[in-house]
Ligand binder design. Structure first.
Ligand code: AMP
Ligand code: MG
Length: 406
């Protein structure tokens, strides 16, 4: 059977960034990846700028430290100085305002005292030329590349893009992700389940996972375990770059999904992965017709925990790749908080919590009753990977851990 690592490699071989789009730089673009180099259209600062509230002076006038200077004008931020500073003169200047010509340093106001006669007494040591001045273009020059293609847009990137006058940019767009729950027994959350029925936890859960991973979920409803019903809903889902199905991929009599997918032109790449939970996981691709983009198809096992784990291990990486981001998943090695005897026949992704302690982070496996136990999983913010076999894992032993939430 395919290992998780092999399965991940297959998916990533087939997932590439979506075509870039010119998009507005609203907060909807937070976390998206830039697909162009962005150059500055101006020098920053645009002029020699005062970094302090104080007095613009000529260092030559204060070669011995203290001195009295004649104040010739006041320049606040947003104003431009009219008068050059001549020998024996100073200009009152505020933080952010342009430096008047002739001046070569700013003395902070705290080091000065106003005199009666329109003069200011400077109490400071002799200033050095350039003191408290940010020279024009020090931060960036017009034409400089301020952000390169591949940058992930965080808050500082929004700031810099606004600085250089951009309100839109070429970005890797969010992939739309169709989500289809399947199963005769599944009813929506607003229904009271009848005999043998359960509520659809996977639909809302997968939509939330898609959204958190940077995709745009498009929920298609519940497909019944009948070929015709599944066919029309799956065909709808195949219009998107990604289709996620929950249920119907195991070995049961009504697990019709892989067959229907094949009928609709989805080429299977794997079906079953050496892992717990999530073994029946299916992945396939429907090639794009007439230049249309291909659809990555993930058939996740219906058990809620299997579905969640398979999303974190496989679908999230694909979505990140489509978004132009580093795909992951990134495991870190952390010590167990307490002894944990555990036997399993396949590598197991076990719900756990990260705990901060005096010597750093450690991981505590949670009480969990297997792949249908969503309640146990809801307490988890991590998955810890335990190897197959009969083990008595000891406190302090290190295991790979995937951080999955807060
Ligand atoms: P399946 O993969 O279709 O064989 O389903 C495996 C198990 O997961 C069964 O017990 C289903 O009832 C359950 N299940 C399937 N789909 C969902 C869903 N959308 N929400 C909650 N449980 C589900
Ligand atoms: Mg089913």
């Amino acid at each position: 059977m395919l290992s998780v690592t092999e399965a991940q490699a297959i998916i990533l071989r087939h997932a590439g960034p979506l075509p870039a789009q010119q998009l507005p730089l609203t907060t909807a673009a937070l976390g998206l990846v830039l697909a162009e180099d962005v150059a500055s259209d101006l020098d920053m600062p645009p002029y020699d700028k005062s970094m302090m509230d104080g007095y613009a002076v000529r260092c030559a006038d204060l070669a011995n430290g203290p001195g009295d200077l004649h104040v010739i004008e006041e320049v606040t931020a947003g104003k431009t100085p009219r008068l050059p500073v001549g020998p024996g003169q100073a200009t009152r200047i505020m933080t952010g305002a342009p430096l008047p010509s002739g001046a070569d340093a700013v003395v902070p106001v705290e080091r000065t005292r106003m005199l009666e006669n329109g003069q200011v007494h400077i109490e400071d040591r002799p200033p050095a030329p350039g003191k408290n001045i940010l020279p024009q273009g020090r931060e960036m020059r017009s034409g400089d590349t301020v952000l390169s293609a591949g940058a992930v847009l965080g808050p500082a990137a929004f700031g810099i893009l606004a600085t250089v006058g951009r309100t839109a940019a070429l970005l890797q767009p969010q992939p739309r992700v169709a989500i289809l729950s399947t199963g005769d027994e599944v009813v929506e959350a607003d229904q009271a389940p009848g005999p043998g029925q359960i509520r659809n936890s996977n639909g809302p859960m997968l939509a939330a996972q898609v959204s958190r991973a940077g995709g745009v979920p498009r929920y298609l409803g519940i497909g019944r375990d009948r070929v015709e019903d599944l066919k029309s809903l799956i065909a709808e889902g195949l219009r998107e770059p990604v289709l996620i199905l929950s249920g119907g991929v195991s070995a049961g009599k009504l697990d019709l999904v892989p067959g229907v997918l094949q009928e609709l032109g989805v080429q299977p790449h794997f079906h079953k992965v050496e892992m717990k939970p999530g073994k029946p996981m299916f992945f396939g691709i429907r090639a794009g017709e007439d230049g249309a983009s291909a659809t990555l198809v993930f058939g996740l096992p219906g058990n809620p925990v299997s579905s969640l784990v398979c999303f974190e291990l496989f679908v999230r990486s694909a979505l990140r790749r489509l978004l132009g981001r580093e795909p992951g998943p990134r495991f870190v090695s952390l010590p167990l908080l307490e002894d944990f005897p555990y036997s399993t026949d396949r590598p197991t992704y076990y719900p756990a919590r990260l705990e901060a302690g005096p010597t750093g982070w450690s991981v505590r496996p949670l009480a969990w009753f297997g792949s249908a136990d969503l309640r146990g999983l809801a307490q988890a913010n991590a998955l810890v990977l335990f190897p197959a076999g009969e083990h008595r894992h000891r406190a302090g032993e290190h295991f790979p851990v995937l951080h999955t939430g807060d």
